[in-house]
Design a binder for this molecule. Structure first.
Ligand SMILES: N[C@@H](CCC(=O)N[C@@H](CS)C(=O)NCC(=O)O)C(=O)O
Length: 206
């Protein structure tokens, strides 16, 4: 199994975290930003978006990070990371899609503004507006976490991987945030896992 993608990408991080939790044997190949690769004809033939991550397993090629997480959890973690019962599974998939469609779009301008834009070029009012939206999104997850250890309940599941990288960034980037105690407990719990430390918490935010 090959996973293409630089370690600093949040979308790559979620896949690597899932792969390591499952104990999978894979080769990671640097691609994206300064590594290039994504604009080559060979890569575009695998992933026409020219984005990372891309998973290659024999003849099978897959892109879209959350779908890769779902695929790995379904194939190698059925009954653990992926529940076999349909309503439980749909409940988790809902949080995975929420990360892509609600949490991540709200947070991306915060990350790009504070990390990838030189201070003199920052649009502080756009960053402030995005911080507000990001906090509103994280309040929704904080409410979900009331009485739960993981997004799915008592155990780590596929629902936790997509938002894992952004939770780390949310708590570590320099902006003011309210107390979100349930979310903070989830973050602390994530930080106890070697695979999360290796792929997310120990990687400089850049
Ligand atoms: N929806 C896609 C988005 C992929 C994406 O935008 N990846 C970013 C990194 S987080 C990327 O490839 N950026 C360009 C690059 O690294 O060269 C997914 O979840 O896989």
């Amino acid at each position: 199994m090959k996973i293409y993608g630089r370690v600093t990408s949040s979308n790559v991080m979620k896949v690597l975290w899932a792969a390591d939790e499952l104990g999978l044997d894979y080769e990671r190949i640097d691609a994206g930003m300064t590594f290039g690769v994504v604009d080559t004809a060979e890569y575009r033939a695998m992933n026409p978006n020219g984005r990372v991550p891309t998973l290659v397993e024999g003849d099978f090629v897959l892109w879209e990070s959350n779908v890769i997480v779902r695929y790995l959890a379904t194939k190698f973690g059925m009954g653990t990371l992926c529940p076999s019962e349909l309503t439980n599974r749909a409940d988790l998939e809902r949080w995975m899609d929420w990360q892509q469609t609600t949490q991540n779009p709200a947070f991306t301008p915060v990350f790009w503004g504070l990390v990838r834009t030189p201070p003199e070029q920052r649009d502080q009012s756009a960053i402030d507006a995005a911080v507000k939206q990001s906090i509103a999104a994280m309040r929704i997850l904080d409410a979900r976490m009331e009485g739960r250890k993981w997004i799915g309940g008592e155990e780590l599941t596929m629902a936790d991987f997509p938002v894992g990288p952004n939770i780390h960034r949310f708590f570590n980037l320099p902006f003011e945030r309210p107390d979100l105690p349930n979310l903070k407990r989830l973050y602390d719990r994530m930080c106890e896992r070697p695979a999360y430390i290796k792929n997310i918490a120990s990687i400089p935010i850049s």
